[in-house]
Design a protein around this ligand. Sequence first.
Ligand code: UGA
Length: 439
Amino acid sequence: MRMTVIGTGYLGATHAACMAELSHEVLGVDVDEAKIASLKDSKVPFFEPGLPEVLERNLENGRLNFTTDYAEAAAFAQVHFLGVGTPQQKGTYAADLTYVRQVVEDLVPLLEGEHIIFGKSTVPVGTAEQLQELADSLVKPGSHVEIAWNPEFLREGYAVKDTITPDRIVVGVREGATAEAIAREVYATAIAADTPFLVTDLATAELVKVSANAFLATKISFINAVAEICEQTGADVVALADAIGHDDRIGRKFLGAGLGFGGGCLPKDIRAFMARAGELGADQALTFLREVDSINMRRRDRVVQLAKEMCGGSLLGKRVTVLGAAFKPNSDDVRDSPALSVAGSLSLQGAAVSVYDPEAMDNARRVFPTLSYASSTKEALIDAHLVVLATEWQEFRDLDPEVAGGVVEKRAIIDGRNVLDVAKWKAAGWEMEALGRNL
Ligand code: UGA
């Protein structure tokens, strides 16, 4: 099947390359000339394990190409995926739909005949209906454009696997639409492998996506709220999460207590969900998400407070190493990163902060140019008075406390992600603190 994928960020570039991997003929489209030039040159403009190989293979076999030209996209295919960003609007909680609308405004007037646009971006409920009205008002006489919604559930770091073998496919369609049949063709490989394929109305499909992310955020904040109680009572949140996680109605996944969630999705999605509920006159339904957000942000403050205590009450003049800058391991994404937020606060309170991340250094430098950046874990650790493990990269989990101890000024560490072997680090003479545990 021929298709275009409009928007070539984390979502779009992955979708385009993976659809080609599944034998479709794909044209990736973006207005960003530099991004398109890089993708055409077989370079993924962000870190995503496995994606460079898929990109290269499919550029070479000719199934994948990229363009900045909407006229080329309009002529290339009758099926279009829309995967542009919906960031948080400046100054409000709502999602900014400028880019999504712009795609419809730019593409639809160029289309001839029957076309389907599958929205993949995370949008407030009701957006697909509005885009259908917009498309109807722009389409050429005699042509027709159908808007359907096909939310994306991929995780950064596992984007290729999640796209090629998703755990479910959701397609929101209008009554009498042809989108379902087309989606079955697009996802034939996954459907043949018994992947659940769920067809809903447009509003449900839009809500499935934000509800999934809101649930994940709530699960993380739930365990982090319990972590606050553990800190007051001497209980241990890791043992507690293991114990409740054995109940398969609860499950152990996303009960990782620590610095909490960040990234380009969970934080902005729960805020946009609240904003939309307010617009719909149902704000009470989601006020609990405000708490989810505050619990999450409090964890960052807690780490800074612990750091201060471990540095004898003041961070002034202390050298603090922050291990990690990305919002999670296996990503170079620093959007709303808890690690960088902590590094920034420590620096503002007078510490000399040295940051190291295996992949996110360039992005971190752009966002926080005032921090100092080391070129390796070892360099970051030299002469530190305190180490903060903020993103659980494997390299940091594997750190040898003896070797690290030989480089720092003082053996003191905060495990912000609850991933280190406490007994081993303590045996090596480290003073240790973690979130939700009394060490
Ligand atoms: C999230 C969802 O998991 C995807 O299903 C969704 O498609 C995506 O958003 C999106 O909307 O595009 P992602 O942002 O890549 O994916 O990251 P997650 O793996 O969900 O992690 C989010 C944050 O939660 C990270 O900062 C992570 O460190 C944190 N986290 C995760 C915890 O603090 N504890 C946990 O137990 C798990």
